[in-house]
Design a protein around this ligand. Structure first.
Ligand SMILES: C[S@@+](CC[C@H](N)C(=O)[O-])C[C@H]1O[C@@H](n2cnc3c(N)ncnc32)[C@H](O)[C@@H]1O
Length: 249
């Protein structure tokens, strides 16, 4: 999108937000957009915009559309966990155009992994990753084409990131797989969840997930951090299934 088209769109959004939610909200939202633009420029990437599920060709209603988290909100969410330099491995569930993976790559993670269902978004994410490579601290960043429904969580992952990726049976399946990964390899595992209401519903019934922090990132966008309690795992909770390899979709 060129500069003038972007300005027109910003102005239209500003007016619409002012009418629907008031001037104060419109100003706060405009600030988020401005910070996003500056961060995109600094990293030399393009992860802005939304892509609907129909445009992505998703037929499973549990799978969400693409809409990136704001940069400022992302950094605030990451600040809720202590990152152990050269040790921690972050997995972004639903990497989209790669914003979370690339920003996480500016932190001293040992490895960052992003999984994404849409091949077209993944191609954009890979291109963005190349563009930002000279700005990253983490040297091991992997973008994987996978459906979270079948994805086998690598047993060295220590931080999971969720932002409006999927719900229902896909989320349930992902949680069962996280549980299986912990049974395979008991370890410290933290989960950062932005907009956590759906995750909360599922976490409530699982004793091994404990909410340790909660806050607000922006307006009505909450965030929660969960610790996985390996002392509360139950081998019967997630009956083993035939999990497909990570490249399988
Ligand atoms: C709200 S976007 C978040 C993108 C990215 N994490 C960010 O904040 O910039 C959700 C992403 O999850 C992806 N997604 C939806 N269902 C999925 C599934 N079953 N497996 C993997 N990715 C999925 C969508 O294609 C979309 O890119």
């Amino acid at each position: 999108m060129n500069q003038s088209a972007r300005c027109l769109r910003w102005a239209a959004d500003f007016l619409r937000n002012t009418r629907s939610k008031g001037l104060r909200h419109a100003c706060r939202y405009a600030r988020v957009r401005l910070i996003d633009r500056l961060c995109e420029r600094r990293l030399g990437i393009c992860t802005e915009g939304t892509v609907s599920t129909s445009e992505l060709g998703f037929t499973d209603p549990a799978c969400a559309m693409y809409a990136p988290i704001g940069y400022e909100q992302l950094r605030s969410a990451l600040s809720l966990v202590t990152i152990r330099q050269g040790e921690d491995v972050l997995l972004d569930y639903g990497a989209g155009k790669g914003r979370v993976v690339i920003v996480a790559g500016t932190y001293p993670f040992r490895k960052v992994i992003g999984i994404e269902l849409s091949e077209s978004l993944l191609a954009i994410a890979r291109d963005n990753l190349k563009r930002a490579s000279n700005k990253l601290l983490c040297r091991d960043i992997q973008l994987v084409h996978a459906n979270a429904l079948h994805y086998r969580v690598p047993d060295d992952v220590t931080i999971l990131f969720f932002y409006n990726s999927f719900a229902g049976h896909v989320l349930q399946s992902a949680m069962e797989e996280i549980h299986r990964s912990l049974i395979r390899m008991p370890r410290r595992l933290q989960i950062i969840c932005c907009n956590p209401s759906r995750f909360d519903e599922q976490a409530r019934t699982r004793l091994w997930i404990e909410k340790t922090r909660a806050g607000v990132l922006f307006h009505d966008m909450g965030v929660a951090v969960y610790e996985c309690r390996t002392d509360r795992l139950s081998p019967t909770e997630s009956a083993p299934k035939d999990i497909l390899l990570e490249s399988a979709v």
